[in-house]
Design a protein around this ligand. Structure first.
Ligand SMILES: Nc1ncnc2c1ncn2[C@@H]1O[C@H](COP(=O)(O)OP(=O)(O)O)[C@@H](O)[C@H]1O
Ligand SMILES: [Mg+2]
Length: 269
């Protein structure tokens, strides 16, 4: 593999007058014990856009994504420094209520992981924990989130069937519905289609493209066609750094950094 100068970084300028940023990291670093896995990443995420995080396996995409809603806090010996600015609050600070914050920043994982409960209960689980017990409101939440996740028509006649009885693509859309039940601002997805067949993958992609009307989406993908198809912006991760961040079409047609060019043209990874 080529050696690249990691000092060579291109982060696209943001026009703060016209572009609204939903969440932004500033010099984010993640340490697993003594090992620094993320080396000072500063990236903006524009509201109502899809941003893809691409890069070879081990480049730090998942670690970075998980940091945004503090999922790394659950891993022993992990330390995260730097800022994560969300609505003028640094949500990486100690006094942030993590469960409250996760109402605003939801997450969907690589493998569909519905709870061993009914479809209805999967979606109402978090709202109930946050004190919503009005049956009519819960019914509405279930319908709205299943519709937004493009699953309603397929399951509306039997909302009490187990979430575990769904196919892979449906189960992942149930997980998306569950993640949006609380109407978060931001949706984080870590390779949400990597365990799915091509048809389920395209239904999940279509779902994401409609969701961006209402949510800011940050998605890790190792599938470059997927990044090119669905995302507005792309950040290329290499060795724990965001080496390049730009509009997706620029990343794929005229990247500024050699490592990005090599990666998107399939030379490594
Ligand atoms: N829980 C963990 N404990 C220790 N090291 C980890 C852990 N998770 C990831 N790493 C390390 O951090 C680096 C980045 O990994 P990861 O974020 O999973 O990359 P990617 O998602 O791009 O494949 C790798 O060197 C990986 O071995
Ligand atoms: Mg990963």
């Amino acid at each position: 593999m080529d050696n690249y100068s990691l000092d060579d970084i291109f982060i696209r300028d943001f026009d703060r007058k016209t572009q609204e940023i939903a969440v932004e990291t500033e010099d984010l670093r993640v340490f697993y014990g003594d090992n620094e896995a993320i080396h000072g990443v500063s990236l903006p995420f524009e509201r109502y856009k899809i941003t893809s995080l691409i890069g070879a396996s081990g480049s730090g995409k998942s670690t970075f994504l998980r940091s945004i809603n503090r999922m790394n806090d659950n891993i022993d010996g992990t330390r995260v420094t730097g800022k994560i600015m969300y609505r003028d609050v640094d949500i990486n600070s100690d006094n942030v209520d993590i469960y409250e914050m996760r109402k605003h920043i939801g997450m969907v994982f690589q493998r569909p992981n519905p709870f061993a409960k009914s479809i209805y209960d999967n979606i109402t689980f978090a709202p109930k924990r946050f004190g919503e017990h009005d049956k009519q409101k819960l019914d509405e939440m279930v319908e709205t989130s299943l519709k937004q996740a493009a699953l309603w028509d397929q399951v509306k006649d039997d909302l009490h069937q187990s979430g575990l009885s769904l196919s892979g693509g449906q189960a992942q859309r149930l997980c998306i519905a569950r993640a949006i039940a609380m109407q978060p601002d931001i949706l984080l997805l870590d390779e949400p289609a990597s365990a799915l067949d091509p048809i389920s993958t395209s239904t999940v992609e279509e779902t994401l493209m409609t969701l961006k009307d209402q949510y800011t989406i940050i998605i890790v993908t190792h599938n470059m066609q997927q990044a090119a198809r669905i995302s507005d912006y792309t950040a290329f991760f290499y060795s724990g750094k965001a080496l390049e961040y730009d509009e997706t079409r620029k990343i794929f047609t005229r990247p500024k950094i050699k490592a990005t060019e090599d990666y998107v043209s399939g030379h490594f990874g």
